[in-house]
Design a protein around this ligand. Structure first.
Ligand SMILES: Cc1cc2nc3c(=O)[nH]c(=O)nc-3n(C[C@H](O)[C@H](O)[C@H](O)COP(=O)(O)O)c2cc1C
Length: 228
């Protein structure tokens, strides 16, 4: 693949939130997982785990759990001064799950903070230093794995939606999928064959999000080399 083709693949990816009622094969899901687990991770610890759900009854239970958690928090917020603040936005937390024919729950686990242990063993206070626990390394790695999975899904013609919404029902979902400590649910990915072609969303221009710290490149024909 040429560099520009990869960039084009990345550019054309967009979140898909509505899917056809057509199964995603296990072979295809295995390819997505292969892409996911090639992600980098701190000292290659690969702190991720994937719960792959295609069974309709389990998917239904995941949706119901999320619906129920949304109802609870919505009811609570309704008693406050901003009852309508999220209005139709509630669907954002669950809707993509409803038509997805495959759902992936991604979990991560933290490893012992080696640097903090070494500092403590040396008789010092780890709180005086920035040690591994402050780096969010495991979350970063699991997020990188999700991103690779999303790109592979897109390359395969699948649609996908990375979702935090189901985290509202984290306890119930972890129970259903037997996700137990030290594992923690990071999020979900709704997957399926897109009901409509993905439409890329706008991005802030680079000038707004990038700051360069670069070497001054000598102007062609300039006298940079002889200077100083
Ligand atoms: C951590 C994370 C959580 C997200 N949670 C949801 C969600 O719960 N529901 C949803 O519909 N989209 C969710 N999204 C998708 C974003 O809304 C989407 O990526 C963003 O609007 C940019 O659009 P694009 O993915 O099409 O480029 C989430 C994305 C990320 C990275």
């Amino acid at each position: 693949m040429k560099p520009k083709e990869l960039l084009e693949l990345i550019r054309s990816r967009a979140t898909v939130r509505a899917f056809e009622d057509r199964p995603v094969s296990r072979d295809l899901l295995v390819r997505l997982l292969e892409a996911a687990i090639r992600a980098p991770s701190p000292t290659n610890r690969q702190p991720w785990k994937f719960s792959m759900v295609t069974a309709r009854d389990v998917r239904t239970q995941l949706v119901e759990a999320t619906h129920s958690a949304i109802a609870d928090i919505r009811e609570t917020i309704a008693k406050g001064p901003h009852p309508d603040h999220l209005a139709d936005y509630w669907g954002y937390f669950v809707r993509p799950m409803q038509s997805a024919t495959a759902f992936v729950v991604v979990s991560y686990r933290q490893f012992p903070d080696t640097l903090a242990h070494l500092v403590r063993d040396a008789g010092a206070d780890p709180a005086a230093f920035v040690t591994c626990d402050h780096w969010n390394g495991e979350i970063s790695a699991a997020s990188a794995a999700i991103m690779q999975l999303l790109l592979q899904a897109h390359a395969e013609g699948l649609g996908a939606c990375w979702m935090s919404g189901p985290l509202l029902a984290r306890a119930r979902i972890c129970e259903l999928l037997r996700i137990r400590p030290p594992w923690r649910m990071l999020g979900g990915i709704a997957l399926g064959w897109p009901a409509q072609a993905p439409v890329p969303t706008p991005r802030k221009p680079q000038e707004k999000v990038v700051e360069w710290f670069e070497d001054v490149v000598p102007a062609p024909g300039g006298d940079e080399e002889s200077a100083g």
